[in-house]
Design a protein around this ligand. Structure first.
Ligand code: 4AD
Ligand code: MG
Length: 483
């Protein structure tokens, strides 16, 4: 058998002097023609391997370059050097794959995140990305554990759909029609999608919610966790064209139940990572502190990463209505001193500068904003009763997080058929094509609610990474689709 190896993480935790072990991994550094720092991705800690002088040929030693992959067998011994308690005294060293030291792009020094984005196929081999992607994995695992513990059914909703769930029109089209202008046209001159693969116009999904609602109307509680796609032309540090979203949907839940679940969920995810990946968090905490030092004083975050995560674990989120949020902004020194680029008035879709003010300056903690104007929210949100004319609101909730902005978007859903139909009519959403969705309101409708957590934004929050491109393996953003 080839793979009789011990992972370095396990070795550093449980290894006893005197044991003979086999490790495999990649060379981080090779010093003094004797000391190999080997890493296998299980932890940022390297195992030090000593190739005693005279034990190995010069030919072999020349091949121990940064990036080369090795299989090493040897005895664990107590280390006399600084920085590690045990090390391996190598008996055999096998080079599995050479790495040309002249050409290998990852040198044993600090590289900028921008540079590493260009070599995203190799950046997993750095400490920063090692920590980020182990934590991303842990978060994904914790998502399933959280819902499984609560009896939710994991529903796989389709990736190709014929609807635009959010009604924002920012979809990627899916077609097999020829692109050279020869596609058949209707009498009116439009492309005839009845000739297309699915016999209609289709796109990549922007959200699994509508199908999720169908599941909730049978299982009570479901969640989705899958890729979603948005052709928004936003080149920011928090938008991707392809991102992962978790969307729970619950029957017999109102807006407050929805907020309680979302808050418990976020705290559970953070708690899981703190418990299982403390070493990676400590590393990222220090990394962020270094990054913050480069910024001017007034732009620095008030809390370090670990401090922030502990704070969120211990303090409830602030809950305010949209109307209250607008009032806070209007009363703010920032507004009075004309510091906002975008105007503030009841009815606006808050810009990120407004959200950041509320979260980072005013409340200094995550904030849940509820009851947004109907005009700026999706058709499926439950219409609030008893609104003043011109001030119609819906039972929406967005969770805003420090340094991130919107991390969760959700709502109680409109379960009353006629109200939903009226809203769809005003918003020009064709009810005939959505009759499958409306059936849930025709046959045993119930009050229900759900939300979507942007997975990458959650990974950003937990790892402290400023740019969303650094928390997904291979980012898809406007004008960029490498690897
Ligand atoms: O607020 P959004 O658009 O809500 C929905 O899609 C609902 N159907 C969710 C639901 O109620 N089931 O998106 C939800 C979350 C946002 O709060 C944000 O965290 C993330 O998805 N998100 C993005 N993340 C990365 N890149 C983008 N372009 C994103 N757009 C939304
Ligand atoms: Mg939203």
């Amino acid at each position: 058998m080839f793979n009789q190896r011990t992972k370095i993480k396990e070795l550093l935790q449980k290894g006893q002097a005197g044991e003979t072990v086999t490790v495999m991994g990649w060379v981080r550094t090779f010093r003094n023609n004797q000391f190999i720092a080997l890493n296998d991705g299980s932890t940022n800690q390297n195992i030090q391997v000593v190739a005693s002088l005279g034990d190995f040929s010069d030919d072999l030693l020349r091949r121990l370059t940064t990036g080369a992959s090795l299989k090493i067998t040897g005895e664990l011994v107590v280390s006399v050097g600084k920085g590690q308690s045990i090390e391996i005294k190598a008996a055999t060293i096998e080079v599995l794959g050479d790495s040309d030291a002249e050409k290998y792009p990852l040198q044993p020094k600090k590289h900028s995140l921008e540079f590493l984005r260009e070599i995203a196929h190799l950046r997993f081999r750095t400490n920063t990305f090692g920590s980020v992607f182990r934590i991303r994995h842990a978060l994904a695992f914790a998502v399933h554990r959280f819902f499984n513990e609560r009896g939710f059914v994991y529903l796989h909703t389709p990736i190709i759909t014929a609807s635009d769930a959010e009604g924002a029109g920012e979809t990627f089209r899916v077609t097999t029609l020829p692109m050279d202008g020869t596609a058949k046209r209707t009498e009116a001159g439009a492309i005839d999608y009845s000739e297309d693969f699915f016999g209609k116009s289709t796109n990549l999904t922007v959200s699994g919610q509508l199908e999720g609602e169908l599941g909730a109307m049978a299982f009570g509680e479901i969640y989705t966790f899958g890729p979603t796609f948005r052709a928004e032309n936003s080149n920011t540090a928090r938008h991707l064209a392809e991102f992962w979203m978790i969307e729970p949907e619950m029957a017999f839940h109102d807006l407050e139940d929805n907020m309680n679940l979302a808050e418990a969920f976020i705290r559970y995810l953070i708690g899981y990572v703190m418990e299982h990946h403390a070493d990676d968090l400590v590393f990222l905490d220090q990394r962020l502190a270094e990054e913050e030092k480069q910024k001017p004083q007034q732009e620095r975050a008030e809390m370090g990463l670990l401090e922030k995560l502990r704070f969120v674990m211990d303090h409830p989120f602030e809950r305010i209505t949209y109307t209250e949020a607008i009032q806070i902004l209007l009363d703010s020194p920032a507004y009075k001193k004309k510091k906002f680029k975008y105007d503030v008035a009841w009815g606006i879709d808050m810009q990120s500068e407004h959200e950041r003010y509320l979260v980072e300056k005013h409340f200094k903690r995550p904030v849940i904003v509820t009851n947004y104007p109907a005009k700026i929210k999706a058709f499926y949100m439950r219409q609030d009763d008893g609104c003043e004319p011109g001030r119609e609101t819906v039972a929406a909730m967005d969770i805003l997080a420090p340094g991130i902005g919107e991390i969760v978007g959700g709502s109680q859903r409109e379960e009353r058929l006629s109200k939903l139909e009226n809203r769809m009519h005003t918003m020009h959403i064709p009810a005939e094509e959505m009759s499958w969705y409306l059936d849930t309101r025709r046959y045993g409708t119930v009050p229900h609610a759900g939300f979507g957590l942007g997975f990458e934004r959650m990974v950003q929050f937990v790892t402290g990474m400023t740019n969303i491109r650094d928390v997904i393996a291979f980012a898809r953003t406007p004008r960029s689709c490498e690897f």
